[in-house]
Unconditional design. Structure first.
Length: 408
């Protein structure tokens, strides 16, 4: 049978083809999110929680953002710069992801920042490398967790003004995250009249902290900034060595996800974090219940950070109608996100793409037989620059192993 189509019918059908199928195809095309995480080594505990956090978010959204299905592609960095660079290249060049979540560590992020920026790939990172949002900003970068020092600056204020500590020894891993945490603590603590007597830097992989524990004496408290599973090992050896000094810690040092693995040795530790599981809000309660249901543990900063990244991506892409083609429009929308309800509470971003939000001071306690974090003070609207003038802050060197220097 021969079917003839006149010119008018042909043009009408062509017009319909041009207007109808394309949007449908665009809406059905998955949003591709690349996750850079670490599943081996001392940082793996945090890396696994990162994956759990983003997986829970996508489950809560039926695997859709802004009406489009989402495809999550995971790259295991191995916890080293070279592995991170390789996985970032695979996600961007081979998998053509629309954006990247992660990585975890500052040294991983610093290894890929130039490459990611050159490919205009928006990156929502948990890594706290200071200069990513300070002296060497990446225009395609957004961080909803905070810089390395962003938690430590309020902690130092609390230590000096509330706890009345006059002297401390700091101890953290011998890499950028440790330097920047303790640099921020030192600047604020000494500005309030305190004195950092000594700074100790064990390697990231340290089986025995005994040589460092032997140096912890003659001060009011010890400030530790360990990450991953290292806080568990440090606090156990701290107690076994008989050290009685009070312990302060950063967000990763007293992370809520470690509560099931800490023992009585951690009771009384005071930590500062951008996330606390005891935050009484509908969004956080929903998040905690989901993590306990699906993974059997109280969530911490790593899982919360990736769940929040999902919220940020969702809010931005809803503003864009789900369009991910224009990377400049995507990053602009991401940085414009301001949320009043999230697992960490309300927050927004500064002009560098770094979060401005609440930092929580918590005390680790045992209640009804369980270890819990109890919030004892909140510092709302905490900026990466603390109370310092931004221009002055950026004129100073980035925090390092020897900066700020110890005072004699």
């Amino acid at each position: 049978m021969n079917v003839r189509l006149d010119r008018r019918a042909f043009l009408a059908s062509s017009a319909a083809a041009a207007t109808l199928p394309m949007p449908a195809i665009a809406q059905n095309k998955p949003i591709r999110i690349g996750l850079l995480t670490v599943k081996t080594g001392p940082l793996a505990q945090g890396g696994i929680q990162m994956e759990q956090g983003v997986t829970l978010f996508l489950k809560d959204r039926n695997n859709k953002i802004a009406g489009r299905p989402v495809e999550l592609l995971i790259g295991d960095t191995g916890g080293n710069p070279a592995g991170t660079k390789t996985k970032a290249q695979e996600l961007i060049e081979r998998d053509q992801v629309d954006m990247i979540f992660g990585p975890l560590a500052a040294f991983e992020l610093l290894a890929i920042t130039d490459y990611v920026a050159a490919h205009k790939t928006p990156i929502l990172s948990l890594a706290a490398a200071e200069d990513m949002s300070q002296r060497k900003p990446n225009p395609y970068f957004v961080r909803a967790s905070g810089t390395s020092a962003q938690n430590m600056q309020p902690l130092a204020d609390y230590a000096a003004k509330e706890l009345k500590y006059k002297s401390v020894i700091t101890i953290s891993e011998d890499f950028a995250y440790g330097y920047e945490q303790m640099g921020g603590f030192q600047r604020v603590f000494e500005g309030a009249g305190g004195h950092v007597v000594k700074k100790l830097w064990p390697p990231l992989v340290t089986p025995d902290y005994t040589p460092y524990l032997a140096q912890l004496s003659g001060v009011d408290a010890v400030v530790q900034g360990f990450a991953g599973s290292n806080p568990l090992k440090f606090m156990k050896q701290y107690a076994d060595a008989g050290v009685k000094l009070p312990v302060l810690g950063g967000g990763t040092a007293g992370d809520d996800a470690l509560l099931k693995s800490f023992g009585d040795e951690a009771i009384g530790m005071i930590s500062a974090s951008a996330y606390t599981s005891d935050l009484d809000s509908p969004m956080n309660q929903h998040f905690v219940e989901g993590m306990v249901r699906d993974y059997g543990s109280t969530p911490g900063l790593y899982a919360a950070g990736l769940y929040i990244n999902g919220l940020v991506a969702e809010a931005a892409l809803e503003k864009l109608g789900g369009n991910t083609d224009d990377k400049d429009a995507v990053i602009k929308a991401l940085r414009a996100v301001s949320l009043t309800d999230s697992p960490r509470g309300p927050f927004h971003f500064d002009h560098f793409g770094n979060v401005v939000g609440t930092v929580y001071i918590r005390r680790l306690e045992r209640k009804t037989g369980k270890l819990v974090q109890t919030t004892i003070k909140s510092y709302p609207n905490t900026s990466q620059f603390w109370t310092f003038e931004e221009k002055w802050f950026l004129e100073q060197p980035v925090y390092s192993r020897d900066y700020p220097p110890l005072k004699s």
